[in-house]
Write a protein that binds this ligand. Structure first.
Ligand SMILES: Cc1cc2nc3c(=O)[nH]c(=O)nc-3n(C[C@H](O)[C@H](O)[C@H](O)COP(=O)(O)O)c2cc1C
Length: 220
């Protein structure tokens, strides 16, 4: 009888732990369709992450993400992008501070509308920032850079890392006030920052935002 009670207790404890673990899982599942494979799953589960844990991402993961980035297609394989990974807190903070000042006398939209609040971070507090710069002399460069960026987002999601494209900071990086900061990116002539991506361990799991299926038409 004692053995039976012990067994029941064990089964109960295992069931409780399993339930708790399941309830702690991030609620990122897309609701619209069944994923067919891991890649589809990662594309559908990716969300913009705007809260990060302070830990830096692993170098091994970053290497794979960057490898995926530059494996994007590009017109005539010109690879008309420059990629800069910033993991230097002083530079990240300097860009953020410059952005806050830049935004102080402007009406900003989205997350930037909170730029004058304490502890604001245009990069959402992420420990790694990727700056993607385009070749202003190449007509396809913005497309090339966009495709590179999506590879970064999907590769990071496959490692359960959070990302967010941050384009809002580019207007500031294009000002004369940001010249010295941009110089630290060591970009070749004709290249200019197009957008940035934040990466880090997720500290939020937002729901999917609605998508407009009427944007698609299949013409047969
Ligand atoms: C070109 C571009 C610029 C963006 N700029 C910002 C930005 O400055 N700040 C921000 O928090 N999110 C930014 N986003 C993220 C979008 O707000 C987000 O992708 C969109 O709302 C859809 O949500 P989802 O990424 O979670 O699916 C940007 C996205 C793109 C593609």
């Amino acid at each position: 009888m004692e053995a039976k009670i012990q067994l029941m207790k064990k089964v109960y404890a295992i069931a409780l732990i399993a339930t708790l673990m399941a309830s702690c899982q991030p609620q990122t599942k897309h609701e619209t369709m069944e994923a067919k494979n891991q890649t589809v799953e990662d594309i559908l589960n990716r969300r913009s992450t705007r809260a990060y844990k302070p830990e830096q991402i692993r170098n091994e993961d970053l290497d794979i993400i960057l490898q995926c980035a530059i494996n994007a297609p590009s017109a005539l394989n010109k690879q008309s992008w420059e990629v800069r990974v910033i993991q230097k807190p002083a530079l990240i903070n300097a860009i953020n501070e410059g952005f806050v000042k830049y935004a102080s006398n402007k009406k900003m939209e989205g997350n930037a509308s909170k730029s004058q609040e304490p502890n604001f971070s245009v990069f959402h507090g992420a420990p790694t920032i990727i700056v993607v710069a385009n070749d202003t002399k190449n007509d396809y460069s913005e497309v090339d850079c966009g495709l590179l960026g999506q590879n970064i987002l999907v590769a990071a999601e496959s490692m359960n890392l959070g990302t967010c494209v941050v384009g809002g900071v580019i207007a500031y990086l294009s000002t004369p006030e940001a010249k010295d900061l941009v110089a630290q990116l060591n970009l070749p002539p004709n290249y200019k920052p197009l957008y940035t991506i934040t990466i880090g361990y997720k500290n939020q799991w937002p729901d999917a935002k609605p998508r407009d299926k009427t944007k698609i038409q299949i013409i047969k």
